[in-house]
Design a protein around this ligand. Sequence first.
Ligand code: HSE
Length: 293
Amino acid sequence: MFKIKVPATTANMGPGYDVLGMALTLYNEFEVEKINEGIETVGFGQIPLQENLVYTSMKKTLDFYGKKADGLKITAKKIDIPMSRGLGSSATCIVAGIMIANKLMNDMLREDDIIRIGTEMEGHPDNIVPAATGGMSVSIYEEDKVIHSKVNVPKNLRFAVMIPDFTVSTNEARKVVPEKYSKKDCIFNISRVAMLVSSMNSGEIEHLRMATEDRIHQPFRANLIPNIDDIFKASQDLGSKAEFISGSGSTLMAIIDEKNADFEPKMKKFLETLEGNWKIKVLAVDMEGAMFF
Ligand code: HSE
């Protein structure tokens, strides 16, 4: 009947906790087919239907508009985004579920409705917005509205994602983030977020290292990711422009120039010396966001 693909996303990008996010060229793909009756899900492992995020997001959306789905088979065709690693795999399921519901309702929702519903489900917009629209964005989530704006990412930047075999639960990682900050730390982060957006837009790549510094969440989450300091140091030694925790982790990100061909093989060697079965992939920015194909 139809297929849908949704990109991975890297949220926060250092200082932009719950605000900044960017889509990456790594995808989950789902297929929806008509069957005689009932709802079947295939390829999602042992997850029961009521806990399947594609299904529950579709159902909640349909319920809200007073519609029902029946006679559908949803297949996880290609799952390239590892779960609970800070690469927005939940957001791909939520966005896919809402877009499937929308298709079943003859496309009555606009992109901003999909973003609003998805953000309500996820609780923060920084994965949902780029998963739906592609590119890098700034989002404000307030009073059930999501206001978002695109940031230009210089074309020569690539994003080396370093993914360990251990997971970090976003729920747990949100619990270690404090409720209160000093004025000094607020100014520190405000200045970095503003500088990050400005440097991306202007192409002032030399500012990225400072612009990705953070005092809101990374210092508290670093304990959840063994070897983070060594990996960041090795990345810097290999010429990366900046490093940060992708989303709530466990994936670590290094921003590199497209010409830095040595980074991937050398970092792979270094990662092999560490516990955690770390893998590396060098990705670009996805510009399309979720789409039917
Ligand atoms: N902004 C969220 C967090 C992203 O850091 O908790 C989680 O995917």
